[in-house]
Design a protein around this ligand. Structure first.
Ligand SMILES: [Ca+2]
Length: 598
């Protein structure tokens, strides 16, 4: 998309109409799939190990029926005996019907959604026969299908639901209390990770003291937007890494005007941008969330104000300061003039026309792996900036959980859902002792590019909420000789191996580069300075939200963007706040305040 008209007003009008074409649901799905694919890459990238497994079925708990359907020719690996009730297989097969979310990946090996290396392994391990009652592709379709199942009182034995669905299921009495199943069958690994949230994760699934779901655990680091900068461009122009908003403006100016890529052409832009300016929750590339939080504004988040009342972050007066700054940057050409026109925000990054954008710690997985693959001179670094007026770095925190594994009331084996979660969590965290089986799955992943997690029965991952910082410290401790590599946890060990390989031959193996640099640069920035974390306190939906939110969100998105690109004066923010309140915002705020005061 090129917009070269010299008539600024006409161009901006074009820009606004282009932007309005994109629907929020598109944005949502783009964002989700990118996040998922990146997270998928974090623990993946398996090594191919040639392996001849003789089918020695002398072992203990083997289910030979799983064997019969194998299409990819692998034999069942023998498994270790399990005495721990968390992992012990049922003596007679148990059937569990689920709703299954079909991933973007495509099975190319003749396998099917309910019969593939992951499903066969989990069945062999647990003796649980997982049956797909229904399947839906992608987050949105899955959520709709789950809504439908709830509305028609016909839910499968187990499925993963969101916060609103959980609340409804509890209210309608359709799911069972999992307290006992969790206590008796939850693995120590699972309990350790839940405990690491200080009880916050399970509390979000508890109603009247009963545990109605097993929640995922979100990674805290995903909520922090760092500034990614081309260090080689800074060096070429003799610039220091930024700390303040003014530093960022100076660097953007230099990247526009001083030919940082040294090709003799004025063909680079300043700060890259995302067409709706901020993500709010699931961060991705080029949002301006960090600019807002440096003014203590938290758009798209429900937060407590100074008096302790829950308020919607986008209407706080601090937003006006951030919008004014961004409008100034845009007017001066410091923000990529075409930022609102891109279909995909990575465009200026992967084409190496920008050396400056905001994004979370995992940006090396994507889009930076692509940028660096096409320009191997590119040296990106991450910084926790801009600092606020007091020199403090401010960010908002992630929701501890956002999805929940629930079990239908009346289903006879609620612990089966817990056992499956135990099994694939142990596999995901690379602590599964069944080495031969794990090798087969790793081989499959390396051969097909499919991450095992995409075919777990439930799209629900557990990790330590501070996992990224923990692994960064573990790996750098070993590199500094403060710790023994042999004592690293399996996730950290993998990163350590990639880090060493990357040092030995830089940018040769881009899969290794992704993991190594996400931690080396993203991880470093996360631990580089203390952060003031402002907590979001509400993520659900209220009755008035269901009717009005789409319109209010549209009003917000369009007003914010219009102010930044100069279509509306800064005072339009005050009109927006009045309109927002009148069109349902005040009613919604009262509802949210009621829900958060329980
Ligand atoms: Ca140039």
């Amino acid at each position: 998309m090129k917009a070269r008209s010299s008539d600024g007003a006409a161009r901006r009008r074009l820009l606004m109409s282009m932007v309005k074409l994109a629907t929020d649901s598109q944005i949502e799905s783009e964002t989700n799939s990118q996040t998922d694919s990146v997270n998928g890459a974090v623990n993946g990238a398996a090594k191919i190990v040639k392996l001849a497994v003789s089918c020695s079925l002398t072992a203990l708990l083997l289910v030979s029926c799983a064997d019969r359907d194998r299409s990819s020719g692998e034999a069942a690996a023998s498994l270790k005996a399990e005495n721990d009730p968390a992992y012990a297989a049922y003596e007679t097969p148990v059937t569990l019907q689920i709703g299954f979310k079909i991933p973007d990946a495509r099975l190319i090996t003749g396998d099917t959604n309910d019969n593939n290396p992951m499903s066969r392994y989990l069945e062999q391990l647990t003796n649980i026969k997982v049956v797909h009652s229904w399947e839906a592709k992608g987050d949105e379709a899955f959520s709709q299908k789950a809504d439908l199942a709830i509305a028609s009182s016909d839910i499968p034995d187990a499925m993963v639901v969101d916060r609103d669905q959980l609340r409804k299921l509890v209210q309608y009495g359709m799911i069972q209390d999992l307290s006992d199943s969790y206590e008796m069958y939850g693995s120590s690994l699972m309990k350790e990770m839940y405990d690491a949230t200080g009880g916050a994760a399970l509390d979000e699934a508890r109603f009247d003291g009963k545990l109605y779901g097993l929640p995922n655990i979100a990674i805290e680091a995903d909520a922090t937007s760092l500034l990614w900068v081309r260090k080689d461009w800074l060096d070429r122009l003799g610039l220091q890494p930024p700390q303040t908003l003014d530093d960022i403006a100076r660097i953007a100016q230099a990247f526009v005007a001083q030919d940082p890529d040294g090709n003799g052409k004025r063909d680079t832009v300043g700060l890259a941008g995302y067409k709706w300016l901020v993500y709010g929750q699931k961060l991705n590339m080029s949002g301006f969330d960090a600019v807002f939080s440096s003014y203590h504004a938290f758009p798209k988040n429900w937060i407590r104000d100074a008096s302790g009342s829950v308020v919607y972050g986008s209407i706080a007066p601090e937003n006006k300061l951030a919008l004014e700054k961004l409008a100034e940057w845009y007017r001066l050409g410091l923000i990529d003039p075409q930022f609102a026109l891109y279909k995909e925000p990575q465009e200026p990054i992967t084409s190496n026309r920008t050396g400056l954008f905001f994004g979370p710690w995992w940006m090396p997985y994507y889009p930076l792996s692509e940028a660096v693959a096409s320009d191997t001179k590119a040296e990106w670094r991450a910084y926790a900036v801009p600092l606020d007026a007091e020199g403090q770095y401010v960010t908002h925190s992630a929701p501890v959980t956002d999805r929940y594994l629930v079990v239908r009331k009346g289903y006879a084996h609620p612990e089966a859902a817990v056992k499956l979660l135990n099994a694939f969590t142990r596999l995901e965290r690379r602590q599964d002792p069944n080495e031969a089986a794990v090798r087969q799955i790793d081989e499959f992943a390396a051969k097909t590019g499919i991450q095992p997690r995409q075919y777990y029965p439930f799209d629900l991952l557990l990790d330590y909420t501070d996992a990224i910082e923990q692994r960064y410290h573990s790996v750098t401790d070993v590199l500094a000789g403060r710790r023994d590599a042999g004592k690293l946890d399996p996730d950290s060990r993998k990163i350590y191996d990639y880090w060493l390989a990357e040092q030995a031959s830089p940018k040769k193996d881009m899969d290794g580069w992704k993991a190594a640099k996400a931690y080396e640069y993203g991880g470093l920035a996360l631990v580089s300075r203390p952060m003031e974390r402002v907590k979001s306190v509400f993520y659900g939906t209220t009755p008035t939200m269901e009717k009005r939110w789409a319109e209010l969100e549209k009003l917000e998105n369009e007003t914010f963007l219009s102010i930044v690109v100069g279509d509306l004066p800064i005072d339009a923010f005050d009109d927006f706040v009045q309109q927002w309140k009148a069109k349902g915002g005040s009613a919604i705020t009262r509802e949210v305040q009621n829900l958060t005061s329980r």
